[in-house]
Design a protein around this ligand. Structure first.
Ligand code: CTP
Ligand code: ZN
Length: 152
């Protein structure tokens, strides 16, 4: 079969596949992958059978924690997380949307106390149909997932 991968196969690590196109870099920041010095390859706007276009992240020699896997679903509800060992997919991680997320996001409300006091941000997460909403614990305002930025 004449089938080639846009991004080469990895020997060991994690492949986050079927990420909604445009969300790969937010997930890279969410997981802090740039600081951790893992070998990471990122594919964006790749063709997919099930989605119009998808993004994909391959992290070598690292397995995500359950918390990290769940946090990804805030931005990429259809992502599939594959654990690779010796070039084989040995596990497809089952994820669920977390109930809350602390520290990683900046509150988009410019007058929120989190900008002036040394507190950790905390957002409760709710779904409204297919929409994911993040509610700041401090200012109680509600935000769409595309409004929040990741602390880098
Ligand atoms: N993959 C990889 N390196 C490997 C094995 C797999 O990078 N050694 C990648 C594949 O390219 C794919 C993902 O891991 O992006 C999942 O692999 P696989 O389950 O074989 O692919 P599909 O059957 O297409 O996955 P799905 O069930 O998610 O459609
Ligand atoms: Zn706030």
């Amino acid at each position: 079969m004449n089938k080639t991968l846009s991004v080469s196969a990895i020997q060991n690590g994690t492949v986050i596949d079927h990420i909604n196109s445009g969300q790969a870099f937010r997930i890279v920041h969410l997981l802090g992958l740039l600081d951790k010095k893992y070998k990471v390859t990122i594919g964006v706007n790749l063709p997919s059978k099930t989605m119009k276009l998808k993004d994909l992240i391959k992290i070598e020699n690292y397995t995500l924690t359950n918390e990290e896997a769940n946090d990804i679903t805030i931005f990429a509800p259809n992502a599939t997380i594959n654990v690779i060992q010796n070039f084989e997919v040995v596990n497809k991680v089952i994820t669920s949307l977390p109930a809350s997320i602390s520290e990683v996001f900046i509150c988009p409300n410019p007058v929120c106390i989190t900008h002036s006091e040394p507190v950790n941000t905390h957002f409760n997460i709710e779904t409204q149909g297919k929409q994911v909403k993040l509610i700041c614990k401090f200012c109680e305002k509600e935000f769409d997932r595309n409004q929040v930025t990741v602390k880098i």
